[in-house]
Write a protein that binds this ligand. Structure first.
Ligand code: NAD
Length: 499
């Protein structure tokens, strides 16, 4: 009998008001049922908001350094349970253990970074233009934050949102992806164990169109942070615009690696293989395009094909596995549709393009690492986010053309250039239209203490991680203190007033 999990609302673990449940199954083996999770409804969201408001009243009054102490204990607990968390995450999401360990580590780094931020949260004291007057600003908590997260980083992305929001003194309601509800359940248990007041965190499981929508539309949730597809983000953006909500959007990508003719090809092949096929291509920063200089194009493709064909598919919890399954059948069917589109558009299938055979992969949503060559910039293969193990190779004749091809898509998350030239490296940093550019490294590899996010259809100007995220989760307040004992008028009395 599979375990039945609950929401965490009003300081207790409760069944959904709907009485309905969603099954959570291992994508590497659909026979493995992890558990039943709540298929909640708007009434559960309303209860969570009422409780989170009480949580906010209590938690926002705790001094920020003490809020940071709770996050430090969270970091300690994540560290102690790293292996168990990684195992649970691989079981429900599919990526290999090395990667889910990295996912937990990102949560640990985010916890310790947030803990130290509890002792910073800087404001400014600046000179006033008037005598005997102080002018300053500082940060205040905002209220209840609604957090909606995707499936591909089941733990790290929730921590990117929850930890800074909490250190800033807000309460949080998290609606994790219905595909990976277990990882966040384990995270909420850790937050409570670390001493977070129970009403400061609420966990409402369920589907996006019901629970996610109800959370975004609730008038008493002034802050929404969303990571997921650009299509869903656009819907959320419309609602938040109409309701005057503060909104952070982190969305899709179509990331490219540029390989110039002076590149270290060994390094580039390592980076592209990891960037394209790690997490089975299901990363917002996955390498989905290679923009190769014509002088090295054929050599590079030959080696990439060799490497792709050597990758071993299987259950991510087995040591020999390099690449796990896609998250579900709908994701695998989407990849198959794009393979058909690529062939119709006239691209050449260099390897992959189909489901693998064999008993080890028969019960899961596996797909062979796939490489297309002969891809041109306007093809859908080169423009649209596939979110699977499909790499498109485009051939260019110059660095300028490579920059144009990189920038000629609607997304702008990450990019990378492999070159030995300092001039090209710095030009890439300046000219590639992305939130993140790597030099001689793949398109993935963000660190928790740096800002993370993209431009164009990838984002809406905010960043996760690093210092800017603490700005997002706090409101700036300005105070003036005039101790001159008389009326002083800014601008009017500024010049000529005597002390
Ligand atoms: P998704 O958009 O399908 O779902 C994301 C979350 O939104 C889920 O929790 C879902 O339940 C919820 N949701 C769906 N419809 C909703 C609605 N109408 N209102 C409110 N919430 C709703 O995305 P996914 O398939 O889980 O994740 C893959 C996508 O996420 C890719 O496009 C990927 O690029 C993107 N992503 C971006 C980043 C980034 O930082 N830029 C990071 C990871 C993933």
């Amino acid at each position: 009998m599979a375990k039945t999990f609950r929401n965490f609302i009003g300081g207790e673990w409760v069944a959904p008001s709907t009485g309905a449940w969603l099954e959570n199954r291992n994508p590497a083996d659909r026979r493995d049922l992890i558990g039943r999770f709540p298929d909640s409804g708007p009434a559960d969201v309303r209860r969570a908001v009422a409780s989170a408001k009480r949580g906010f009243a209590q938690w926002s009054r705790v001094p920020a350094p003490l809020r940071g102490d709770v996050l430090r204990r969270v970091g300690d607990l994540l560290t102690a349970r790293k292996e168990a968390l990684a195992d649970a995450m691989t079981r429900e999401m599919g990526k290999v253990l090395a990667e889910t360990r990295g996912d937990v580590q990102e949560g640990i780094d985010t916890a310790y970074y947030a803990a130290t931020e509890g002792r910073r949260l800087f404001g400014h004291v600046v000179p006033s233009e008037l005598r005997r007057k102080w002018a300053m600003d500082w940060r205040r908590p905002i209220g209840v934050c609604g957090l909606v997260t995707p499936f591909n980083f089941p733990l790290a992305i929730p921590t990117w949102k929850m930890f800074p929001a909490l250190v800033c003194g807000n309460s949080v309601i998290i609606k994790p992806s219905e595909d990976v509800p277990h990882s966040v359940t384990l995270l909420v248990e850790i937050l409570l164990e670390a001493g977070l007041p129970p009403e400061a965190v609420q966990l409402v499981h369920g589907r996006g169109e019901t629970v996610g929508k109800a959370l975004v539309e609730h008038p008493e949730v002034p802050v929404i942070s969303f990571t997921g597809s650009t299509e869903t983000g656009a819907l959320i953006g419309e609602t938040c615009g109409r309701m005057h909500k503060r909104l952070s959007l982190e969305m899709g990508g179509k990331n490219a690696v540029i390989v110039m003719d002076d590149a270290d090809l060994d390094l580039a092949v390592d980076g592209i293989t990891w960037g394209a096929f790690g997490t089975t291509g299901q990363r917002c920063t996955a390498t989905s395009r290679v923009i190769a200089h014509r002088r090295i194009h054929d050599r590079l493709v030959r080696r990439l094909v060799e490497r792709a064909e050597a990758l071993r598919l299987g259950d991510g919890r087995e040591a020999r596995t390099d690449v796990g399954p896609l998250i579900h059948e709908a994701a695998r069917e989407k990849v198959e549709r794009y393979v058909a589109i690529g062939l119709e558009e006239g691209a050449t299938l260099a390897t992959g393009g189909k489901r693998p055979r064999g008993a080890a992969v028969a019960q899961g949503s596996f797909f062979r690492p796939t490489i297309f060559t002969g891809v041109t910039p306007r093809m859908r293969l080169a423009q649209e986010e596939i979110f699977g193990p499909v790499l498109s190779v485009l051939k260019v004749g110059s660095f300028d053309e490579a920059v144009r091809v990189n920038n000629g898509v609607r997304y702008g998350l990450s990019s990378s250039v492999y070159t030995a030239s300092v001039e090209r490296a710095f030009r890439a940093l300046e000219e590639l239209d992305n939130g993140i550019t790597y030099v001689n490294a793949p398109t993935i590899g963000a660190e928790a203490h740096l800002p993370f996010g993209g431009v164009k259809a990838t984002g809406n100007g905010h960043r996760e991680g690093g210092w800017p995220v603490f700005e997002f989760y706090s409101e700036i307040k300005v105070g003036y203190v005039d101790y001159s004992g008389r009326l002083q008028r800014a601008q009017l009395d500024t010049y000529g007033a005597e002390g």
